[in-house]
Write a protein that binds this ligand. Sequence first.
Ligand code: UN1
Length: 504
Amino acid sequence: MKDTVITPHTLFANLGLTEAELTGGTLTVHSPIDGRALADLHETPASDMDAILARSKAAFKAWRIVPAPRRGELIRLLGEELRAAKDDLGALVSWEAGKITSEGLGEVQEMIDICDFAVGLSRQLYGLTIASERPGHRMMETWQPAGPVGVISAFNFPVAVWSWNAALALVCGDPVIWKPSEKSPLTALACQKIFDRALVRFGDAPDGLLQTLIGGADLGKSLVASEDVPIISATGSTRMGRAVAPVVAERFGKCILELGGNNAMIVGPSADLEMAVRAIVFSAVGTAGQRCTTLRRLIVHNSIREDLVARLKKAYAGLPVGNPLEEGTLVGPLVDAEAGAAMTAALDAARVEGGTVHGGNRVTKGVPANGVYMEPAIVEMPGQSATVKAETFAPILYVLGYDDFAHALDLQNDVPQGLSSCVFTLNMREAEEFLSPAGSDCGIANVNIGPSGAEIGGAFGGEKETGGGRESGSDAWKSYMRRQTNTVNYSAELPLAQGVKFDI
Ligand code: UN1
């Protein structure tokens, strides 16, 4: 590797991670870039869970009565610390998750953006006033802090997804217990350090506002099962969500689920194809196809299908696959060998289903040894088969043809997932229909822009197997609070609602 690339050890030092934290533990963290062991982290013992939960409960009692704008000050400081740490944390994201430099930095920018958003929000946790039917009465709605929030996050956005949840939860008055993916605990530890620096500057925050659990699924399981954690925000596979949701429901906790996506783009005959190609390539191969918003299905009008596929094959042929830390690389490694095997298996299955596969081979030349580097694949499919309907976390783009727009919409919606979607068209009828009640059934629906790379200002999440949760912008903050309806009687009478008489 070139000397200009900053080494993990320099990053650890810059981010305040100590030798003692990084060595001697049982959780070995490997870099997807070249398979090297980055650290041996100490796992949180299961026997610590009771104390962790107790600390979070105690923190809640103190934090809920701190005025929300003051809580916002902590997040303002977190945003400042993130700005100072942006280069180092972004590079560590690259080392731990295999993202190209610009995407690692972009992820930290997303964290900074949500901090700014949450600071503003801390003065806008508005409730309604409601007209009472009774004289001398007033009704209103108050949003109260809810309690500790358990955040479960995935390797692919190892830090941004935490920040969407944590920044909101903390301004809403809720402490956070974070269980990051065991594939990306290093960046989580770095975030805990960054947060701790903000805490020191803040001054009088209670202990235990943020606690990070390092280790495997068992820690996540006890977090999910705990009655002390009224809200679980879980981002990851649909399989994980299916395990989490019933456990939380059983104890009447609330879930914010952001699970699998199988995102499509419809390309109409009028589309600006040059723009479409750029959007397709970024959203299908960016982050090596490992975003939950990655473009996985291209639904193209048959009149332009051949032309578009030819343009895409040309663009794909020149894609620089390789070390994500090197300038110019656009496609880094998959996270591990299992992800590589899943990609190959999906391509094999698509072939059996009648698909024609372009690309998709393992790249071994000009890339670091021991990383799983794959050529992104385009697969022309005769129809929406079982393989197309499944989410494979890899850069595979299935191409389907259509003749009439209603059929394109049916194809778009006929998958179990419902996260993100888009249409490329200059025909306003198609664009509006796509956004209409009879259009896309996804949580995110875009026009002339790809399905990935959403801004934090909007609510993020989707329907069906995607889990239904909303994180990040808009009024997603309400999921982190307890809604309370208040009726105040300032009269000297006690009238009952609905005219009920009950004289004693
Ligand atoms: C994810 O992949 O889990 O819209 C989140 C995007 C990013 C977030 C992706 N803002 O692609």
